[in-house]
Design a protein around this ligand. Structure first.
Ligand code: ADP
Ligand code: ZN
Ligand code: ZN
Length: 812
């Protein structure tokens, strides 16, 4: 028997299947998707079994046997293995990188495997020689240890029993957290006994009495409380507890901390709501697709508050009733407790949550529940798209326009594409939901590639918030040089008086990368590309990131001759200070990278705001989504334009999406909402269309611009990045690549470059790039693979690095 293995050595020559002989011992146990240890040259490396076969084409000597099976149960399913091949080609990644990225991080470490009987009744299904190991609930605690002493026949039989499903394997991931323990305290005495003991204490032992009283009032006999919690609640010191332990009244013990982050929390059970007409019309076609087991991709465009989540819930419910499983992707920053509660509330413990804030071990536990079929809904960020379900019934991507669905490291896949691949495999629907779909998706829906579903109204006829634009140039002319317009200040005061809440949004992306005139709003743009120029601090110049055009920084505005031309920038901390100067009595909750660095702090701040412990929630991107608090009636956007001038053809789209998203936080319930958008470019279409809540108008205008500029969705893009410590090598290699592409790709395809990257040197490495724009290019993958092949030798020898992004979202 031969195993076809992908080895964990990421260089081009190794990016293919290698054949290994399967020792007789493993023949019955080996399954595609398992990891194995093999020798590769002088090294021992890990590998993934792609397939087994009785045939090899290898004809240069004897095949090496594979050394060891790492898994007894394959972590990857056959479907995921197939999927990995597609992703590898689509993203031009090494196969091994794709396979590894499909597994939770904890699995990269070695782990201990426990073997136990699936259920006591089936003991006699085991060969007689093995029964002794599992009699009377016995288990094999450590398979690898056991295996060292066992005879070959027993080992073989044991692995077969695993494969046949008689034995189950419980992997114990060997990370430090596995053993995370905490001190707990409990008592074996009744409360009367404690009261009696308390009386024998001297009057001065006040703390000790307090502690015993806490126990008899709050805890049953044998009920455990974590030590830290006890100290906090009873208000005593460790020493006091220790004294009571010494007297034998309390007992201290170590307990393993349960890693289920949501265990112990109760989620109020929610019932399906009666749908609004629009909701029902959107849900019906999804249910048909589920019923007929037909793959279809739906684009659900529903304004903020139109009840998209309820549709997801009911569609999932239908899939579960058919015995199928569901994956729900939400952007990392929307994976708030509020969001999780909505899914846990409807489906309870059938939901696994894959969240980057979880520890490695916790993530692994959630993943395992999916792999073992203990749950049938997976909710998570991008990588949850690889949830190893085997009977998938529906995939949902909420906020489908979010760029975080694109992975910005190898393998550079987009979760939307992966979702559709999986949907095709399982003949099941994929739902892309958003209030502001990406241009790519909406264009596809218009062409009928996706099935368009539209909801224009908010649930229960709640009105869309009233959006007003505040022209900051006007403020300046009237002598207001602060970051707040008078209109915004009086609105804040008004909400404070009414005891309603305000969200202040500061868009920090894009600060200081462009130059703007504060008097007229002029922004320097490239004369050839209609894209704003990037400020390069190093040589004090403005450069076009696309074509390489360079100019000097003007000292006066070319439009209005004012000298107020400068970089644009401010931080949340500064804003907070300024607010407190004006309104000393206002309570501000600030949410940004600084205040949310610690685990759980994001959640805590939101909770405080929800409980009304703040008048203003001030923050960056992370407050734009998922907030649903009834008392928010004002949203203020401090600088709507900051992102508009990033050297990125998607900057208008992102501005429109973000502003719509932020506006959607206001007035979601009975109280009506108002949104004040401060801007220097109130007549830019991406800002005007936010005011009129007009996605379609925005879409049409932006499509026109993309068409003229030759950008997606009219063209596909590929960016090739080249970097090296030696500038001349970077330039010459990028030049050669550009030339090669021009010779090999079709004449309709456009190739731009070489151009210095927006950040031309990082960590002493020079960076250049070239860009491909194409409509149809059958030879693309082949040609790009050829590029990598040509330079792989040089890359291995020198520090030269070439990366290819076949669907770029990061243009900087
Ligand atoms: P979206 O995701 O489209 O922004 P949500 O799903 O958050 O909208 O829904 C907005 C609010 O409306 C939520 O509080 C939700 O519980 C409520 N809601 C949704 N559908 C209904 C319905 N059919 N009847 C009553 N309330 C609903
Ligand atoms: Zn000007
Ligand atoms: Zn240009």
């Amino acid at each position: 028997m031969i195993a076809k293995v992908i080895v964990d050595v990421a260089v081009n020559q190794t990016d293919r299947v290698f054949d290994y002989l399967v020792p007789a011992e493993f023949e019955d146990a080996i399954v595609p998707g398992m990891r194995v240890n093999v020798s590769f040259g002088p090294r021992k490396v890990q590998g993934f079994v792609l397939a087994t076969d009785d045939h090899t084409d290898y004809d240069r000597g004897k095949l090496k046997p594979l050394a060891e099976l790492i898994d007894l149960y394959p972590p990857l399913t056959e479907e995921l293995l197939e999927l990995s091949k597609w992703i590898k080609d689509d993203t031009l990644s090494f196969h091994i990188s794709v396979l590894k990225s499909m597994l939770p991080a904890a699995m990269r470490a070695k782990y201990q495997k426990k073997l136990s009987l699936k259920s006591p009744e089936i003991l006699n299904e085991l060969p007689l020689s093995l029964q002794q190991f599992f009699k009377d609930d016995k288990e094999i605690e450590n398979w690898d240890e056991w295996r060292k002493q066992a005879n070959d026949e027993d080992k073989k039989q044991m692995m077969k029993a695993v494969k046949d499903g008689v034995l189950s394997v419980t992997p114990l991931v060997m990370t430090n957290e596995t053993k995370k323990k905490q001190m707990v305290v409990f008592t074996e005495k009744t409360s009367q006994e404690l009261a009696q003991a308390s009386e024998t204490l001297t009057a001065r032992a006040e703390k000790q009495k307090k502690l015993l009283a806490y126990f008899s009032e709050n805890l049953a006999t044998h009920e455990k409380i974590p030590l830290v919690q006890l100290l906090d609640r009873a208000g005593v010191s460790r020493q006091t507890v220790q004294e009571m332990v010494k007297k034998g009244l309390l007992i201290k013990a170590e307990q393993v901390v349960d890693r289920d982050p949501y265990e112990g929390r109760t989620f109020e059970q929610s019932q399906p709501l009666t749908l609004m007409d629009e909701q029902q019309q959107a849900l019906d076609p999804i249910l048909s697709s589920l019923l007929e087991e037909r793959h279809e991709t739906f684009l659900l465009r529903g304004v903020t508050g139109s009840g998209k989540t309820e549709i997801y819930l009911q569609a999932i419910d239908y899939a579960l009733k058919k015995g199928k499983e569901a994956i729900v992707l939400v952007p990392e920053i929307s994976l708030t407790p509020q969001m999780v509660t909505r899914f846990k509330g409807r489906f309870g413990s059938r939901v696994a949550v894959l969240h980057s804030a979880l520890s490695k071990g916790e993530k692994y536990d959630e993943w395992l529940k999916i792999r073992e079929g203990k749950v049938d809904v997976a909710v998570g960020a991008r990588s949850a798209i690889f949830a190893p379900f085997e009977n998938l019934g529906i995939v949902i991507i909420d906020e489908e326009h979010e760029t975080s669905y694109k992975q910005e490291e190898v393998p550079r896949y987009h979760a939307r594409q992966v979702a559709i691949k999986r949907g095709q495999f399982y003949n099941c629907p994929v739902i892309l939901g958003s209030a502001t779909p990406s241009l790519e998706s909406y264009a596809r829906a218009q062409k009928g590639v996706y099935h368009l579903l539209t909801m224009e109204k908010r649930v229960n006829d709640v009105q869309m918030p009233q959006v007003s634009l505040v022209d900051m140039r006007e403020e300046l002319r009237n002598g207001n040089r602060s970051m707040f317009s008078n209109q915004l200040l009086s609105a804040i005061q008004d909400r404070k008086d009414k005891q309603e809440q305000t969200v202040l949004f500061l868009n920090r992306r894009g600060y200081s990368t462009f130059i703007m005139c504060r008097d007229c709003g002029y922004v320097a743009e490239c004369p050839h590309c209609d894209i704003s120029l990037t400020y390069h601090r190093s040589n004090q110049s403005l450069q076009c990131h696309y074509c390489g055009h360079i100019e000097t920084i003007p000292s006066i505005c070319p439009e209005c001759s004012s000298d107020s031309i400068r970089f644009f920038g401010t931080g949340t901390q500064k804003v907070e200070e300024e607010i407190l100067k004006i309104f000393p009595e206002i309570r501000v909750i600030r949410m940004d990278v600084d205040t949310t660095r610690r685990k759980g702090s994001h959640e805590k701040l939101l909770q405080q705001f929800g409980e009304g412990k703040g008048d203003i929630l001030l923050g960056t991107q992370m407050i734009a989504k998922g907030l649903d608090f009834p008392n928010i009636t004002l949203v203020g956007v401090l600088a709507a334009d900051s992102m508009l001038h990033l050297p990125d053809f998607r900057s208008s789209e992102r501005t429109f999406q973000l502003l719509t998203q932020v506006s959607g936080r206001a007035g979601r319930h009975e109280k009506t909402g108002e949104v004040l958008v401060q801007t220097y470019t109130p007549d830019h279409y991406s800002i005007m269309d936010v005011k009129s809540h007009d996605y379609l108008s925005f879409f049409d205008k932006e499509m026109n611009i993309r068409k003229q500029g030759g950008y997606p969705p009219y063209y596909f893009l590929v960016i090739i990045h080249v970097s090296d410590e030696q500038l001349d090598r970077v330039v010459s290699v990028t030049e050669k690549i550009t030339g090669f592409l021009k010779n090999h790709l079709s004449t309709e395809t456009m190739i731009y470059g070489p151009v210095a990257s927006a950040i031309p040197r990082i960590k002493d490495r020079y960076r250049y790039q070239c860009m491909i724009k194409y409509k149809v290019e059958p030879k693309l993958t082949e040609t790009l693979q050829e590029v990598i092949k040509t330079y792989q030798g040089e890359m291995a020898r020198t520090g030269l690095a070439i990366t290819i992004d076949t669907n770029p979202y990061m243009m900087l």
